[in-house]
Design a protein around this ligand. Structure first.
Ligand SMILES: [Zn+2]
Length: 268
């Protein structure tokens, strides 16, 4: 049972790219009452096995969050400013037109960002952005560097260590050491990190690529992971945007409007 003294335990999931196998993920989440944020590039919507605009509207109507993932999934750190602006702000406009509501969260293609990219994401009006850092289980983080806990992907143990060293996330590395030493596979790592968050409080955030889950046939592992973290009495289940709302509250949340009139009209 949640108590006044126990720090909050938050669970979130997010799913990247434009594959319509995201709809299968959404079914699994819905069946378990779990939240999800889907980060979608906008350039191929409706083509082949890619999400269509009506898929995105259906996901949104079913309580899932749609987040922006650029227009064409280019590595943002490699772009000149005009193209960077177009990729970051353009996809927000397109998704908002499709959904008829504001899109507040962003996700960096391949997890690549720098100070200039963050500045553009902030300027475009996003509340925060998800990275591809894993093994995070804390309560708070810089909103434009939103980390995750575990990826639905069969990484080798050394990949986890490399990921954290590359990101300079030494405290996460030290904290995760016991889990990495006993590491067997991503599913078992996800469970033990969830157990830790359940005990100590913090955030447990699963992310993955639906197309990859389909390609590697990870469905039964994903189901087992989702079963493990769902329907827990003491857990607060939030999508990425709701977590960012807690980490990075807007001035308008206190009654002051900072959203421009053009954006406001799209919300209505
Ligand atoms: Zn991606």
């Amino acid at each position: 049972m949640p108590s006044a003294t126990h720090p909050p335990v938050i669970v979130s999931t997010s799913w990247d790219d434009d594959s319509a196998s995201g709809l299968k993920i959404a079914e699994l989440l819905s069946a378990r009452g779990l939240p999800g944020t889907f980060y979608v590039p906008t350039w191929r919507l409706g083509e082949g096995s890619v999400f269509s605009g009506s898929d995105l509207r259906a996901l949104s109507a079913n309580g899932f969050e749609i987040g922006a993932h650029t227009i064409s999934h280019k590595i943002l750190t490699e772009l000149e400013l005009p193209e960077l602006t177009r990729e970051v702000a353009g996809c927000k406009r397109i998704l908002q037109q499709i959904l008829g509501k504001e899109v507040t969260t962003f996700c960096y293609p391949k997890g690549r960002f720098n100070a200039r990219v963050v500045q553009e994401v902030e300027r475009a009006g996003y509340r925060g952005a998800r990275s591809t850092q894993i093994l995070f289980s804390g309560a708070t983080f810089p909103p434009y560097e939103m980390p995750t806990t575990v990826q639905a992907y069969p990484h080798h143990r050394s990949n986890y260590v490399r990921n954290l060293i590359r990101l300079g996330a030494i405290s996460a590395l030290v904290k995760s050491m016991p889990d990495l030493i006993s590491f067997d596979n991503w599913l078992q790592l996800g469970k033990s990190l969830f157990d830790r968050v359940l005990r100590d409080g913090g955030t447990w955030h699963l992310y993955g690529h639906p197309w990859e889950i389909e390609k590697l046939n990870l469905w039964s592992q994903v189901k087992e992971m989702l079963d493990y973290v769902s329907r827990r009495e003491s857990v607060i289940y939030l999508n990425n945007g709701e977590i960012l709302g807690r980490v990075n509250p807007r001035r308008e949340d206190d009654g002051e409007k900072i959203v421009g009139s053009r954006e406001r009209s799209l919300v209505n």
